[in-house]
Design a protein around this ligand. Sequence first.
Ligand code: NDP
Length: 358
Amino acid sequence: MPDPSGEPFRALMLRQGGDEPTAEITRLTWRDLPEGDVLVRVAHSSLNYKDALAITGAGPVVREYPMVPGIDLAGAVVDSSSPDYRLGDAVLLTGWGIGETVWGGMAEYARVRSEHLIPIPEGRDAFWAMSVGTAGLTAMLAVMALEEAGIWPAQPSATRGPSDDTPADSSEVRVERLPVLVTAASGGVGSIAVSLLAGAGHYVVASSGRQDSGPFLRSIGASEVIERVELEQSARPLEQQRWAGAIDSVGGSTLARVLAETRYGGAVASCGLVGGGALHTTVMPFILRAVKLLGVNSVFTPRDLRLKAWSRLAYELPSDMLQPLTRVISLEEVHGMARQMVAGRGRGRTVVDLAARG
Ligand code: NDP
C-alpha cells in the first residue's frame, strides 16, 4: 500500500517493561503498520476493561510487544485493496485480536483485514460506534442470548405473564413476574446492558459495588439498585428465586449465587470475570430448575451475528441514550483512566478521541 505523505502520526505504544509494560505516545508511519488490505483513519477508539489490563499489565492480554493497544476502532477507509471497501467508507472493528495479537485502535491509522470490518450502521457515526464498542456489542449479544433462551419482557398480566411459566405443579415458591439482573452494572458492559434491557421493557435490577452509582443507574433505566456484596455471599445449591434472567460480568461467587437465585426456566448470560474466573457451584440450578448458563464471547463472534447485533444496537441505542454513560478522553489520558478501571472505578463507556490533545 503506498504511503504518499510519509507523514508521521500518533499512536499509543506498549513496550515490555519491568513489572508492567511502558505506555508512550509515539510516532509511526504507514510503513510501520502490520499487513492488511484496508487502511483506516481512526477517528475514535474506546477503553474497555481488557484494554485497561493490557495497558497497566494487570492481566495477560498482550501476546507480543511492541503493541498498539485498543480492541476497538472506528473511522474512515483511506486505502483499500478489498472489493468490499472504498475510500471514505465509515467502518468499525471490534475484537478479532486487535490490541492483543495485532496492533489495535489507539493510533491515528490502523491497517486491518477487511473481513473483520463492519460498516458503521446508517445514520450512526464513529463516535457512536465507539460509545458502544466491544462492551456494547457484548451486552447486545447477551440480550440476544437471553431472548433465544426465552427471556422476554413480561407483559402486564393479572395472572401470569410470559416469563411466569413456572410449572403449575411446582412446589417451588410461587414466582411472580421477576426482574432481570445486571451485575457490575456501572461498568461498560453492565451500563449498556441496563439501557438495552430497560429500553426493551424489562424490569431491571442493577447490582453495583459503588455507593454513589444509584442515581446514574436509575437515570439509564434501572428500576432497582442493589449492593454488590449481597450477591457475593456464598450460596446454597438453590436459593429463593429472584431473577427471570441475568447478565453477569463478575463471575466467581457472584455468578454462583445468581445461578442459585435464578427462577425455574431462567437463563444467565456470563460475560466477564471482574470478580474472578473460578466458578464453584452445583448442578442443582440446572437439573432442578432448568436454568441455562449462556456463554458470551464478542471477540470471535461470526460476522452474520455481529451484523445483526450492530443493526439492533443502531436501532435500540440511539446517541441520546448513550450520552449519559459516555465520557471522552485523549490518548494522553488513556493510561490514567486504565488504572482507574483496573481499580474498579470505571463508569459507563470511555471513548478515545484520536484528534484530542492533552
Ligand atoms: P468496566 O471496567 O467498564 O466495568 C467493570 C465493572 O465491574 C466496574 O465498573 C464495577 O461495577 C464492577 N467491578 C469492579 N471490580 C469488581 C469486583 N472486584 N467485584 C465485582 N464487581 C466489580 O469493564 P467492562 O464492562 O469493559 O468489562 C466487564 C467484564 O466483562 C470484564 O471481565 C471483561 O473482561 C468482560 N468482557 C467480556 C467480553 C466478552 O466478549 N465476553 C467483552 C467485554 C468485556 P460496579 O461498581 O457497578 O460494581
